[in-house]
Design a protein around this ligand. Structure first.
Ligand code: HPA
Ligand code: ZN
Length: 349
């Protein structure tokens, strides 16, 4: 396999899915600057790159919230969504389930209907241009508490029932932001409501907290996936169960270095160990623009760090398809596309 990078890299061109990407975390630097100017928001520095150094998840969240604050009206969401897909598709994204976390926007008076409609407009335009497909996961923000989470899910369901624009794109709920000091079980009412309405369920868990929190997300919140789930290997029983039940983990190794500061180098990340334990550990970007990342770079980095072959990376891409919330037909079609692209790229690589 060649050592090429960027678009010359077969791993960049390989059709890939991203199941753990925060749409706000895809905001281009130019867009950060332009939206700040447009919305009269003062940035602490004129060079966003200076902002993008984090010593912990909580210090990252300060920057994430600043970026979120730049999204003021519906058009801002549309621009963000459009650019997110165009930029991801340029590095092989064919299908994404992207998070958005509207708690602070709702608190400041924005309407969920406008946010979703804005995102939908941008996604639709980019889908048409790139052929990639994107769905949305509405994340509850733990920093805003269980009451706000329940209100958000309840609004979501009302809008869905009313057939509001873009709502068919929202296929599930999740939960992100700070983990420490939060018992996932406190969010059971919101998750129960989501399940009754037929929404899929995931949660950021085990990024900075022990495996019992993962277990609570599975047993109490009835999550079907776990985002990050880094601490899973600390508990043999939870590991065995997740492997046996093929409960996917959406792992983001580069994020875990740059955001959570979990390990110093990729070689020290438990990703390969997770896969060796039989876990359905998929590969994803988290907040690509805020960590100077894209899917192609992530696949290349993991390939190099763990001595994986091209075929291993194809298997990882295939696991992403299996872990998605596409229906069986959608999964079959993506698998076929992956297979034929992999054969072609293998020959050219
Ligand atoms: N963890 C928690 N919250 C987040 C993250 C993350 O990795 N990215 C954006 N919000
Ligand atoms: Zn995340």
């Amino acid at each position: 396999m060649s050592e090429a990078t960027g678009r010359d890299d077969p791993l960049d061109r390989l059709p890939k899915v991203d199941l753990h990407c925060h749409v706000e975390g895809t905001m281009r630097r130019e867009t950060v600057i332009e939206l700040a100017a447009h919305n009269n928001i003062e940035l602490p520095t004129s060079d966003p790159a200076e902002l993008y150094h984090y010593s912990s998840l909580d210090s990252f969240l300060e920057v994430f919230w600043l970026v979120q604050s730049l999204l003021v009206d519906r058009d801002d969401w549309t621009r963000l969504a459009y650019e997110a897909v165009v930029d991801s598709a340029a590095h092989g994204l064919v299908y994404g389930e992207f998070f958005f976390t509207p708690a602070r926007h709702l608190e400041q008076g924005q309407f969920l209907a406008d946010i979703v409609a804005g995102l939908d407009e941008g996604f639709a335009a980019a889908e048409q241009e790139t052929g990639a497909q994107v769905r949305l996961i509405a994340d509850m923000d733990r920093a805003h508490g269980p009451g706000a989470a329940l209100a958000m899910v309840s609004q979501l369901i009302d809008l869905r029932r009313a057939g509001a624009t873009g709502m068919d794109r929202v296929i599930g709920v999740g939960m992100d932001s700070t983990e420490e000091g939060v018992n996932p079980a406190d969010y059971v009412a919101a998750y129960e409501l989501a399940e009754r309405a037929g929404l899929r369920r995931t949660a950021h868990q085990g990024e900075t907290t022990p495996p019992w929190t993962i277990q609570a997300a599975l047993d109490v919140l009835r999550c079907e996936r776990i985002d990050h789930g880094l601490s899973v290997l600390d508990d043999l029983e939870v590991t065995r169960r997740m492997a046996a039940e093929k409960i996917p983990l959406t792992v983001c190794p580069t994020s875990n270095i740059k955001i959570a500061n979990h390990v110093e180098r990729l070689e020290l990340h438990p990703y390969a160990e997770m896969r060796d334990a039989g876990l359905l550990a998929t590969l994803n970007t988290d907040d690509p623009a805020l960590t100077e990342l894209d899917l192609g770079i992530e696949y290349r980095a993991v390939h190099d760090a763990f001595g994986y072959e091209f075929a291993d990376m194809v298997a990882i891409a295939g696991d992403g398809i299996d872990a998605s919330w596409l229906d069986d037909d959608g999964k079959r079609r993506l698998h076929a596309r992956l297979r034929s692209a992999a054969e072609e790229l293998q020959d050219s690589g």
